[in-house]
Design a protein around this ligand. Sequence first.
Ligand SMILES: [Zn+2]
Length: 170
Amino acid sequence: MKIDKNKVVSVNYHLTGKLDQEPEELIEQTSNEEPFVFLFGAGGMLEDFEKNMAGKQAGDAFDFHIKAGKAYGDHNSDYVAEIPKEAFHVEGKFDAERVKEGEELPMLDSEGHQMQGMVVEVGDKHVVMDFNHPLAGYDLHFVGSVLEIRDATAEELEHGHVHGPHGHHH
Ligand SMILES: [Zn+2]
């Protein structure tokens, strides 16, 4: 069986990412016991990830790169904002416990939508927050192998995701 539309695919991989000239860093590592399982062609995956997977069979290895622009987008400085420290006050005091460099925080935009931001810097008056996707700007590198391929069930196709172990639980 080959990887094609409406197949449920289990893969074991090692994903690293690279930001500009910095060294590759590990982003995600699956295992044979805890593989990554996805429904091919359901629109939930990066287009280039599926392009590289199409036609492979169980046991096949893969090793490919996806440039940031084709992955989670280039880093956009418009999504980096200086926010007055008062916005992070809890009971009249700046929440220094939670608002630290490198922490991810849920924030509300001006229309009340929730978005994830990462604290870049805590200054005297402002906090610099980055609302880009955490993998924005990263060139991705997938190395791994295909463990298993099966036909999706009618229910999985209707839902657009995988059920069962390692899949979606209702
Ligand atoms: Zn479902």
